[in-house]
Design a protein around this ligand. Structure first.
Ligand SMILES: Nc1ncnc2c1ncn2[C@@H]1O[C@H](COP(=O)(O)OP(=O)(O)OP(=O)(O)O)[C@@H](O)[C@H]1O
Ligand SMILES: [Mg+2]
Length: 229
């Protein structure tokens, strides 16, 4: 099976070589748990492997994303030289004079042509939490999200959906995605530690343990030797 490497230290080893091709993964965690960093590293690794990426930012403007990329010591140039795209979806909506109620169907319509025309192989959506807020009922959200994931799985792309939903099992998203990675930022006996756990990954074996990670100059660095219980 073709694997798509995240390029993140430790994570490809936890998952037998990365995400299976044409899958949708959910990265879930509280604020400050390095979800956006994960997505940005995933896109940058793609560019280094000759795969074009799209980082679709729902809440943050392009300028704030540039600042984030530079604060992590990542390469902003890839978003300016056409190797990857950084798109502020809110900006597109405002440009079209639309209100800010975003549904998955709107994003699907936008992506349908864009992914094919630009030959996008890696997609990150940061984050889907804001979109989920606009649904009046959980049933409608679940139906739309399910259709959206089906649409993504039919495209030749590997997707990372970011969600702020931090309680395992509390969101609907985990049911419809192929993989769920939980990021944590927790207090252990007075010491705050960042953690990662793969809760599920379809089509492959994976490491089931919770491991600590650090944010280094090269990005996320997972300690596979250490297990947090
Ligand atoms: N150069 C750096 N070295 C180490 N840590 C950094 C560096 N730059 C930023 N950070 C830390 O990385 C963390 C942010 O990660 P990130 O923005 O990816 O989190 P997030 O989960 O996306 O948060 P949010 O839910 O608020 O969007 C911050 O807590 C910040 O302090
Ligand atoms: Mg973020």
């Amino acid at each position: 099976m073709k694997r798509v490497k995240t390029g993140i230290k430790g994570i490809d080893d936890m998952s037998q070589g990365g995400f299976p091709d044409r899958t949708v993964s959910l990265i879930r965690g509280p604020t400050g748990s390095a979800k956006s960093l994960f997505g940005l590293q995933f896109i940058e690794k793609g560019v280094r492997s000759g795969e074009k990426g799209l980082f679709l930012s729902i809440e943050e403007g392009r300028e704030n994303m540039r600042r984030a990329v530079e604060s992590f010591d990542l390469d902003w140039k890839i978003y300016e030289n056409g190797h990857a795209y950084m798109i502020d979806y809110g900006e597109i909506r405002r440009g079209e004079g639309e209100d800010m109620l975003i549904h998955f169907t709107d994003i699907q319509e936008f992506l349908d042509n864009f992914l094919d025309n630009e030959n996008i192989k890696r997609l990150v959506i940061d984050s889907i939490s804001a979109i989920s807020l606009y649904y009046s009922s959980p049933e409608k959200l679940r139906k739309n999200l399910f259709e959206f994931c089906r649409f993504l799985k039919d495209k030749d792309v590997v997707t990372v959906l970011i969600s702020e939903n931090e309680k395992p099992g509390s969101g609907l998203e985990g049911f419809v995605t192929d993989s769920v990675l939980n990021l944590g930022y927790e207090n252990f006996n007075g010491e705050f530690r960042r953690t990662i756990k793969i809760t599920k990954m379809r089509f492959t074996k994976h490491d089931p343990y919770k491991h600590p990670f650090l944010i280094m100059n090269e990005g996320i660095d997972v300690s596979l030797d250490e297990i947090i219980r």
